[in-house]
Design a protein around this ligand. Structure first.
Ligand SMILES: Nc1ncnc2c1ncn2[C@@H]1O[C@H](COP(=O)(O)OP(=O)(O)OP(=O)(O)O)[C@@H](O)[C@H]1O
Ligand SMILES: [Mg+2]
Length: 382
């Protein structure tokens, strides 16, 4: 399920600090900024995840942190499509619309997902979503995107990276840069990769949890677990079916999981969702948070075991940095209940979840538009 890979350190050490921008350039940038993004030749970033697809454009005015990045994002929707019928190639809904159709009930065989476990699973669907997101579907297919930055989980094979690159090129990208997601997440979390320092970044999303030891020399140790939000959703659904003897729509259940993870009073509440009992009658299903906690516990424990192996494999020369910097969490599944406790118990290290973990990767990509040297160095070569 997971493996820890020691990486040869990059031969190029990043030494140059980003230069400050002269005032005259800033004024020019502010002027250009008045032109709407879609009227010019903007570069785009794409975070095509297991759960969501985010597409944004570069900001000519300045660097965006994960809190500010939303201004640059023009597409932020579920990574989903619905086929017209079972086995059909025709897509009838994408993104939010597709999720609403699932809530209202479609055959699960009509649900198309471009990315499973963090990697491109269906190139045609990935292409359709990217084209839709890039607004190319209305006869604008001749628009060229000078630069497109996108991310992949650690340990993605060159074949899958090629699939993603091809999708990007067919969507109009001239130059495509692919960077490992934890590196992007680290930049988005505000880590300066030019500083002589080391950090453990754990990006936990819909399909994967990526572990990376990141230094000024790049990712020097990495691991991946195919455990994420999808795993919790499935475990929660199975629990509701087997223990509570009820069937609840997958979208309702996913929304309930998020409510339970964001509600401060979740421990004392009983939640009600619509569903059916085993006899097929429509009922109010009553669910307490213990159901979620029990269902996901084995998966969190597995993540904790990987985290322990991962941190123990880090050489002692990094001990000072690691103990000082602790673990930085990004990705929306880092908000799952109980995760900080499991990781603190298994590693003994301090930890922090970045503000807006959903946008850390996007923010990292946007920041790289402003540092082409770093982008060139971090981009995977094949
Ligand atoms: N507040 C929350 N608490 C717990 N889980 C959440 C919360 N908000 C969203 N999630 C879950 O986070 C997951 C999506 O995370 P994210 O958006 O980082 O994934 P992704 O980037 O699409 O996936 P991946 O990087 O694995 O390909 C979903 O399973 C979603 O249900
Ligand atoms: Mg992600």
């Amino acid at each position: 399920m997971n493996n820890i890979t020691e990486m040869p350190v990059r031969d190029k050490v990043l030494t140059h600090l980003p230069s400050s921008k002269p005032g005259i350039i800033n004024s020019a940038r502010r002027l250009i900024r008045k032109i709407p993004w879609w009227a010019g030749q903007h570069s785009f970033f794409v975070d095509l995840g297991t759960h969501k697809c985010i597409v944004g454009h570069d900001d000519i005015e300045g660097i965006n942190t994960s809190q500010e990045i939303k201004n640059q994002i023009f597409f932020d929707e579920p990574s989903l499509a619905i086929a017209e019928s079972i086995g059909s190639n025709k897509i009838i809904a994408i993104g939010k619309e597709a999720r609403e159709k699932i809530r209202r009930g479609v055959d699960s065989r009509q649900i198309l997902r471009p990315v499973i476990d963090g990697v491109v699973f269906d190139e045609k669907v990935a292409q359709a979503i990217m084209e839709y997101a890039l607004r190319l579907q209305d006869g604008e297919s001749s628009r060229k995107i000078p630069t497109l930055i996108t991310g992949v989980p650690v340990n993605t094979s060159p074949t899958l990276r090629k699939a993603l690159r091809d999708v990007a090129i067919r969507s109009g990208a001239v130059e495509v840069f692919i960077v490992e997601q934890p590196v992007l997440a680290a930049i988005g979390a505000g880590i300066n990769l030019r500083e002589n320092n080391s950090h453990i970044v754990i990006d936990s999303g819909g399909g994967t949890t990526n572990y990376a030891l990141i230094t000024e020399q790049g990712v020097i140790q990495k691991a991946v677990d195919t455990i994420g939000g999808d795993t919790y959703d499935k475990a929660f659904g199975d629990y509701v079916k087997q223990v509570l003897k009820a069937n609840v729509n997958s979208v309702e259940l996913q929304d309930l999981k998020v409510r339970m993870c964001t509600d401060e009073n979740a421990d004392t509440k009983e939640y009600t969702v619509p569903g059916k009992n085993n006899d097929g009658e429509h009922i109010d299903v009553k669910i307490k948070v213990d159901a979620l906690d029990t269902a996901i516990a084995p998966h969190l424990e597995e993540l904790g075991r990987t985290a322990r192996r991962f941190t123990m494999a880090i050489p002692e020369s990094f001990s000072g940095d690691i103990r000082r910097n602790g673990i930085i969490f990004t990705g929306n599944s880092s908000l799952i209940r109980g995760l900080p406790t499991v990781f603190a118990d298994s590693t003994g290290l301090p930890m922090a979840i970045v503000p807006n973990p959903r946008y850390a990767v996007a923010s990292g990509m946007e920041q790289l538009f402003h540092d082409r040297d770093l982008l060139q160095q971090l981009a995977l070569k094949d």
